[in-house]
Design a protein around this ligand. Structure first.
Ligand code: SF4
Length: 837
């Protein structure tokens, strides 16, 4: 039977989608799942009442933390038996049993099976085994997003239409009854959407006001994501009501009243409540429902048939759907007015953390620099030795006592408002909370402790009070606003048990910034594959850059991937399109500027062109065609223009008056070179830099840090002076950087190079040579580069033998001896890396 994908159905919102949540039986039995689907096959879609569309099945992964059959195994059996005919599958993917690599492997298996939908969850804490939780729901969603982007980036131009994309959903619970737990759920829901969730499925719960609250919150915040209401058949057919009531299924809440009611009823009444809930979700605007806990297909259809009878008129059943906790927090009153949020006083430990962090760990304060200097003097920055060990053991003891530190070595206390989400959380999550907190804010996995998410919220909210007291609004960003957006990266497992303070002070942890300002080079029309796809996109016509298409997805993936890899700028070069028709490159640059603005997560563009008209059009478009001066509140980061030369500077630099930008000053000249071998000498190149600098800073108001000089890269493979006494180009390039960076008059400027040019025509190991080239150039003062951002140049060590090779070229000052050394090493490199024929 032809199947319309779940994604398409949700996009078109054509009908009310029903998903059936199916779980295996005791003894790892597939039988209940197969029986359900066999009954559906025999009954046919006609058994489902009009207005409902049974579209697929959801497959939990070891629900309740008890080992059970794997969703991938279930899918392969169902596919083999032809039981999925016409139905989609939504396997749950969780982080409880697998580390990040194992999750990737598992997703690849699903991809191979043709599965597109997944529900990305942190997962229940395993009852008997050790939980993993290297990732949690946000880390998992980001991983899936990355896999989707890579699938496009790695596809052949002619195969873009077949690129597999996961359609990931996430969970949300509106059924929390403390302010902290509830607001954390909404904040985390927003973060899940930011990390790539495309649909939501609610937690189970029986409180219509809470269900409505979720839809009100989404509407209030302009979020149009499709939501599935989770309808669980709460029935004495299973022990679920008692287990939920007794907090044996963390995150699920059944009140005393509801348990008593369910126990006093017959199964027909349980089915009736489930049907009322289906009708309620439909009337509230849900995209569909996910129905679970139903033992067979027949009862599922009874629920749907009764829901169809109820239709939109569910409100007479409100009392039967309203089983809240005592003293429940609701974000909106019954008349829809928003509740004011609390502003607690900071606790002693919060104040102590803020004080000590500010005193020695905040770079804005002098204590940080003194502390760092002392520790460097003592040699602790090397991460070994007796003093380091003493420091580390003291830090461990101190932080264990105060923060329940478990020595991850990659500390997120500042991001988490002074609380540790490893030691303080039963799952040790990077981004707390999960959805397991009880109605009174305790951890559902350990009732002895308050959920860490609850405590983080209180700490964040206390910063709001502090902001009110200080009345400046500038002392700190308001805590809740910060909490609402902060997404912690996965911790670096390599740092476990090392000193987190030393790692932080010496930039080895997640706060580390690349020493190189990286300008992503991937969107360049002269890269064969990219150029071909750019052409395909262009040929789609007028609306090509706004209408969904595979080539557009590819370009978006390039933009997002580079932004995700930490690019400081995303370069776009369209000069190949302008060779026959210069205006085409101008028009296309406007479109690409819009794409980078839209999908670059705030990373500014590097407008890369030898045509000044392309640069000018791109610059104006970056600011939406409006002068930046007329839009002073703009938070758009200024773009980078590549390149400006001495003979174009008086045309281009005056644009700064209306459109702020940084630029790469290319050190080339139309004047006849006077250096050895007929090329520009180091002194001449520095002279060009000075001319540009003086004009830019003195006349046009640029700050030195807005200027990048490019002394040009010559491929190592052909850097061979033809005459004795003539230095190599690499020597000249590096020495020019050194001279510019040591000139006090030009203090603050950057030096940048197009790194990939250095390895042109080399037979192999191009990434390694680029790494070595960057490492060597950085010794001379290079601090920026047009690079492949995935290789993290400047942060990963270069192989010593390649560093030796580049060093030989950097030293080729014209002497025969140094040239022979460079040629000898290059000969050896080529011999060792010759490709087999
Ligand atoms: S402490 Fe909170 S976030 Fe951690 S496992 Fe318990 S309920 Fe979940």
């Amino acid at each position: 039977m032809a199947r319309t994908s779940l994604e398409k159905k949700l996009k078109e919102r054509a009908g009310f989608v029903v998903l059936a949540e199916l779980t295996g039986g005791p003894g790892f039995s597939f039988e209940p799942i197969e029986r359900f689907l066999e009954a559906y096959r025999q009954a046919g879609p006609g058994a489902i009442p009009a207005g409902f569309d049974l579209s697929g099945v959801t497959l939990p992964q070891s629900p309740g933390g008890e080992a059970n059959i794997e969703p991938a195994g279930v899918i392969s059996v169902l596919q083999a038996k032809g039981l999925l005919d016409g139905l989609d599958v939504v396997p749950h993917v969780t982080c409880k049993d697998m580390n990040a690599d194992a999750i990737v492997s598992s997703l690849m298996s699903l991809r191979k099976m043709g599965v597109r939908n997944v529900l990305a969850l942190t997962g229940d804490k395993p009852v008997k085994a050790q939980g993993v939780f290297e990732l949690e729901s946000l880390g998992l969603l980001r991983l899936i997003k990355r896999i989707n982007q890579d699938a496009y980036v790695q596809a052949k131009p002619q195969a873009l239409a077949d690129v597999h994309q996961f359609f990931a959903g996430a969970a949300v619970s509106p059924f929390k009854y403390s302010e902290a737990s509830q607001m954390q759920q909404y904040y985390k829901m927003e973060k899940k959407l930011a990390c790539g969730a495309r649909f939501l499925i609610t937690q189970v719960g029986w409180d219509w006001r809470k269900s409505l609250e979720l839809f009100t919150y989404l509407r209030e915040n302009g979020l149009t994501v499709p939501v599935f209401g989770n309808v669980y058949l709460l029935s004495t057919l299973t022990p679920a009501p008692r287990l939920m009531h007794d907090i044996k299924l963390p995150g699920c809440f059944v009140s005393d009243g509801l348990l008593a009611k369910v126990n006093s009823e017959r199964v027909d009444d349980h089915l009736e409540r489930a049907a009322q809930q289906v009708a309620m979700y439909k009337a509230m605007g849900a995209a569909g429902v996910d129905i679970g806990g139903v033992p067979n297909f027949e009862l599922s259809t009874r629920i749907l048939q009764r829901a169809a009878e109820i239709g939109p008129d569910w409100e007479p059943f409100k009392d039967n759907l309203h089983w809240p906790a005592k003293d429940a927090f609701y974000l909106y009153s019954e008349s829809g007015v928003r509740t004011a949020l609390s502003t607690p006083r900071p606790t002693f430990s919060k104040r102590f953390f803020d004080f000590s962090h500010r005193a020695i760990l905040d770079p804005k304060h002098a204590g940080f620099h003194a502390f760092k200097k002392t520790l460097r003097f003592l040699g602790t920055n090397k991460g070994k030795g007796a003093i380091y060990k003493m420091f580390n053991s003291n830090e461990k003891a101190f932080k264990y006592l105060l923060f329940e530190c478990e020595e991850c070595g990659d500390c997120f206390l500042p991001e988490n408002f002074g609380l540790c989400t490893i030691g303080g959380c039963e799952k040790g999550m990077d981004n707390a909370p999960c959805g397991d907190a009880t109605v009174d804010g305790r951890c559902g996995n350990n009732l002895e402790r308050i959920c860490i998410g609850e405590r983080i919220y209180q700490a964040a909210a206390s910063e709001d009070l502090k902001s009110q007291i200080s009345d400046s609004g500038t002392q700190d960003s308001r805590g809740r606003a910060r909490l609402r957006v902060v997404i912690n990266k996965p911790r670096n497992p390599a740092l476990e048990h090392t000193s987190s303070i030393i790692n932080y002070l010496f930039a080895k942890d997640h706060t580390m910034r690349s020493p190189l300002i990286s300008i992503g080079e991937a969107i360049h029309a002269s890269i064969p594959k990219t150029g071909k796809i750019m052409r395909q996109l262009h040929d789609l016509g007028r609306d090509a850059y706004s209408t969904p298409s595979e080539p557009l997805e590819y370009i978006k993936a390039l933009i997002k991937t580079q932004a995700g890899e930490g690019a400081d700028y995303i370069a776009v070069n369209l000069d190949a399109f302008g060779e026959d028709n210069p205006q085409q490159a101008v028009d296309m640059m406007v479109e690409y500027v819009r794409l980078v603005r839209q999908f670059g997560h705030g990373v500014p563009i590097c407008l890369d062109s030898s045509n000044d008209n392309v640069l000018t059009a791109g610059l104006k478009e970056w600011y939406g065609g409006k002068s930046q001066i007329s839009n002073l509140k703009s938070e758009i980061r200024p773009p980078l223009l590549n390149s400006i030369k001495v003979y174009t500077m008086d045309k281009m630099l005056p644009l700064k008056k209306d459109y702020d930008f940084s630029f790469i000053g290319l050190l080339v000249s139309e004047d006849k070179p006077t250096g050895p071998g007929g090329s520009h000498s180091v002194d001449e190149l520095c002279g060009l830099a000075k001319q540009i600098f003086e004009r830019a800073v003195g006349q046009y108001g640029f700050r030195p840090e807005q200027i990048f000089f490019d002394s040009t890269v010559f491929p190592l493979a052909i850097d061979m002076p033809m005459e004795p006494g003539v230095p190599g180009y690499t020597y000249r390039t590096f020495e020019t950087i050194k001279k510019i960076k040591s000139d006090p008059a030009m203090k603050g400027v950057h030096c940048s190079l197009g790194i990939s040019n250095s390895v042109r025509d080399l037979p192999a190991r191009k990434i390694g040579v680029c790494r070595a080239y960057v490492a060597k150039a950085m010794e001379y003062g290079l601090d920026a580069g047009i690079v492949n951002t995935s290789h993290q140049y400047g942060s990963v060590e270069a192989p010593p033998e390649l560093l030796e090779l580049v060093t030989a070229y950097a030293r080729m000052d014209g002497s025969m001896e140094k040239m022979s050394k460079a040629m000898e090493l290059m000969g050896q490199f080529c011999r060792e890396n010759r490709k087999a024929t």
